[in-house]
Write a protein that binds this ligand. Structure first.
Ligand code: HEC
Ligand code: HEC
Length: 506
């Protein structure tokens, strides 16, 4: 809320997600691939197998191109985008871990130099020197993972750091070790998948069968060990984060259920393809497993990012740049008086006020329209209802930072949202009771899941529910702002279809 934010016409998270997924994929291949190269080189030299050695050499060139060029470009790209899109979060992470970042950059520099020497040193260095450089490359690459992992896992589980503010408490946080194992083993798995690329290419020649089996073993070991580490990690993350994947966040729920299945499918294809039937397996299978590997990894990272919402650093800093310890001050004076960087607008120009409020309070997660856009969400609500929901936004089913503005600010924001292109100015009576429920209750309640409405209105008749809506307004529930007919429609439907019969004697 304190720095100017880059004004994109689409949801900000999308841009970070696209760049980050590519970067994270390549960064892990760079680590696991480093180990794959040096271990395979050592093996080839021990067996005195010049053919295999030549294959490793050719693999190392493709590897360098991928990991250094794309890795470095997307890495810089991430800094660039997060700095523009979430300056407060970026600044908090830099300030908390200044030395960790410095160490990481040193390792990254070492990694680049070692990789270049490794690739151009095949014919220029002695076998011993060349292998030493290979190990230096791998260790430097792995250490940059070790360092960054401390910072990324800190975001979800800052643990004791929240009270001690000791950088080591934050770094070696409750999910540090499990995340490190996930990342290290997945890196090995990806290196195996990438190894299959060379194994099924022309350069593999007579070693094609052996190399496929060898790479398949790498992937399977990596995938299996990383999956075990995921189970460990899952037990260490906050209960609130796990809850989000049980229906509260619909997409995260589906993704969490499907990720293990996708990983299992990946493992089965690797077993049935390159491991057991390498003769029949070729580039199409390699492309398929590489794609699936990327997909699974992307899903996993997506869940990790998703369950952290609405925080950048759990219990400390919200995605929209609000710090947990600022809430009281904001509530007293309002958002625009406290956010340090807002365009100055006349207090009477409520549309301009609303636009500023959207920028500082909502834009980190929402666009105006399109993917994650608010225009489609407020369509079908009256401004009065939108205002009431904004004031209680932390009670909506989705994870959102609390509303810290004044009542006037909530109204100005609602007004702004309702004049966005495509938002109808009049709302029609819902088609049926279910549609009325979707409009009035489902933003915060569900049927059978999170905050199950059936349970709350257990044993109530339609008339009682109708009465209830007259007085339902509270800190967490909005007043009923629809017409009388809508209220009747909703009460009838709820009484007949949703309210459970009271279980006697419970
Ligand atoms: C931390 C990120 C985040 C911030 C900040 C945020 N939201 Fe959301 N919001 C979400 C997510 C995630 C959803 C659910 C999206 C989905 O279901 O596809 C959501 C959903 C909504 C919905 C739809 C609720 C429903 O049930 O239909 C509304 C309305 C909304 N947000 C308004 C706002 C407003 C207004 C602000 C600013 C004051 C805001 N949000 C700030 C993450 C955020
Ligand atoms: C802005 C979010 C929000 C909306 C919209 C909302 N509720 Fe609630 N409702 C809550 C919360 C939060 C609770 C309390 C949960 C708890 O503490 O267990 C609650 C509790 C209730 C309760 C229990 C009694 C009480 O007052 O705490 C009933 C009954 C209820 N809701 C009915 C409804 C009905 C019917 C609708 C739709 C017309 C609705 N709610 C819309 C958030 C909401």
């Amino acid at each position: 809320m304190h720095y100017p934010v880059w004004d994109l016409p689409f949801a900000h998270g999308l841009l970070i997600a696209v760049i980050a997924v590519i970067h994270v994929f390549i960064a892990h291949i760079a680590v696991g691939g480093g180990l794959y190269l040096i271990v395979t080189e050592t093996l080839a030299r021990q067996r005195q197998d010049p053919v295999l050695l030549a294959i490793v050499q050719s693999h190392s060139r493709a590897f360098l191109l991928l990991s250094l060029v794309f890795g470095a470009m997307t890495g810089v790209g991430i800094w660039f985008t997060i700095g523009l899109i979430n300056p407060t979060g970026t600044s908090a992470l830099i300030h908390t871990f200044v030395w960790a970042w410095t160490i990481e950059w040193c390792f990254f520099f070492m990694e680049i130099v070692a990789a270049l020497v490794y690739v151009y040193g095949w014919d220029r260095l002695s076998a011993r020197q060349h292998q030493t450089v290979g190990w230096i490359y791998f260790i430097a690459a792995w250490f940059s993972l070790v360092v960054i992992n401390g910072i990324i896992s800190f975001q979800l589980t800052p643990g004791p750091w929240l009270s001690t503010r000791n950088v080591f408490d934050g770094f070696f946080n409750p999910t540090y070790w499990s995340s490190m194992f996930i990342r290290s083993f997945w890196a090995i798995g990806l290196a195996g998948l990438f190894g299959l690329w060379t194994a099924t290419g022309r350069e593999a020649g007579s070693r094609r069968i052996w190399l496929q089996r060898y790479s398949a073993v790498w992937s399977l070991v990596g995938i299996a060990a990383a999956s075990l580490a995921v189970l460990w990690w899952w037990r260490k993350i906050p209960e609130t984060a796990r809850e989000l994947t049980r229906g509260d966040m619909p997409i995260a729920t589906v993704v969490t259920q499907w990720t293990p299945i996708a990983v299992a499918v990946l493992a089965v294809i690797v077993i049935l393809g390159p491991l057991l039937f390498p003769r029949r397996s070729g580039r199409p299978v390699t492309l398929l497993v590489l794609g699936l590997g990327l997909f699974c990894f992307g899903l996993g990272e997506w869940v990790r990012e998703g369950v952290r919402k609405p925080w950048i650093v759990q219990d400390y800093l919200y995605v929209n740049g609000l710090r947990a310890d600022e809430i009281d001050r904001f509530r007293e004076g309002g958002i625009l008086a406290n956010a340090r960087w807002t365009r100055s607008v006349a207090a009477t120009d409520s549309l301009a006020l609303g636009r500023e409020l959207f920028r500082v309070a909502c834009q980190n997660c929402h666009a105006r329209s399109g993917y994650n856009g608010l225009a489609s969400r407020v369509s079908g609500w009256e401004p009065q209802y939108t205002t009431a929901l904004i004031k209680r936004i932390e009670y909506l089913r989705r994870p959102m930072p609390p509303w810290v503005g004044t009542a006037d600010e909530a109204r100005a924001l609602a007004l702004y949202l309702h004049q966005l292109p495509g938002v109808p100015s009049e709302v029609a009576l819902p088609a049926d009771g279910r549609a009325a429920y979707e409009r009035r209750c489902s933003p915060c309640h569900s049927l059978g899941g999170f905050r199950d409405l059936g349970e709350y209105i257990e044993g109530m008749e339609s008339e009682e529910i109708y009465e209830f809506m007259e007085y339902m307004e509270s800190d967490y529930m909005p007043p009923f702002t629809g017409s009388d007919r809508e209220r009747q429609l909703l009460a009838d439907w709820l009484g007949q279809n949703v309210a459970r019969t009271k279980e006697v004697g419970r």
